[in-house]
Design a protein around this ligand. Structure first.
Ligand SMILES: C[S@@+](CC[C@H](N)C(=O)[O-])C[C@H]1O[C@@H](n2cnc3c(N)ncnc32)[C@H](O)[C@@H]1O
Length: 239
């Protein structure tokens, strides 16, 4: 039996070569980039930046009660995805949202899943294969550079991710470049205003804080949905 690469492997290869290869050659480029890494922030505009959730906690992302606590199906329906759309799941983890979104934008649309933690890429490959998803493009980002193609995306979704950015300004600038002129960033963040939401304070964000940070970085609020059980859902477009 010949060992042909799967569609996922081909897409992954194209994505990695085009965007951020894990080949030895690119590793060289990355190490150069690493020496130029801008300083990380531990506070940003009055809020404490949260530590990145480690991949060993990945089972929490697929916990049994997640749909009940976060209403992911409702959230994704609110995105109004259509076949052909180009979408990014920024900080995609093991692809809990990426895979269903990829099915919605198929066959011509794509979901770029950006992660910074290596072990997630194997999980993403396995999940895509298991679910028959062929239009998911894994992207190995850097903490200050998501390695996305410019002027390409209709939407960049961040579920429980933005408050972890060690380089919020660099990430917001890079995502602004990756969005089409009318593209949107969509933030899903646990509500800081609500003490009943059982999440550590630095992993929550208020509407006021999020809006302040986005306005300072060239974005304006476009839309909100207040119907999720624990989280804000806020769309921002370019100013
Ligand atoms: C709490 S997890 C959420 C995962 C996924 N969005 C979900 O809802 O299932 C946050 C993820 O953001 C990723 N992350 C943090 N900073 C990032 C960055 N600068 N670029 C890409 N991913 C990042 C982390 O590696 C982590 O997997």
């Amino acid at each position: 039996m010949t060992n042909h690469p799967t569609v996922f492997q081909k897409l992954a290869l194209i994505g990695m070569l085009a965007l951020n290869s894990m080949s030895p050659l690119q590793a060289q480029t990355d190490s150069t980039a690493a020496t130029e890494e801008p300083p990380a922030v531990t506070e940003y505009m009055g809020r404490r930046v949260a530590q990145t959730m480690h991949w060993t906690g990945a089972s929490w992302l697929v916990r049994h009660k997640r749909e009940q606590e976060e209403a992911g199906t409702t959230m994704r329906a609110k995105l109004e995805l259509k076949p052909g759309m180009m979408v990014c799941d920024m900080g995609c983890g093991n692809g809990y949202h990426s895979m269903p979104m990829a099915k919605e934008v198929a066959p011509d649309g794509k979901v770029y899943g950006v992660e910074i933690q290596d072990p997630y890429f194997k999980m993403l490959e396995e999940n895509a294969e298991k679910l028959g998803v062929t239009n998911f493009v894994p992207v190995h980002g850097l903490i200050y550079d998501p390695k996305l193609p410019e002027n390409t995306l209709d939407l960049i979704l961040m579920v429980d991710v933005y408050h972890e950015f060690s380089h919020p300004e660099q990430m917001l600038k890079a995502m602004r470049k990756a969005l089409k002129p009318d593209g949107k960033l969509v933030f899903i963040e646990f509500r800081a205003e609500d003490s009943d939401v059982p999440i550590k304070p630095e992993h929550k964000m208020s509407k006021e804080q999020l809006t302040k940070e986005l306005n300072a970085n060239g974005y304006k609020l476009a839309k909100e949905f207040d119907g999720l059980p624990w989280q804000h859902m806020m769309w921002f477009g370019k100013n």
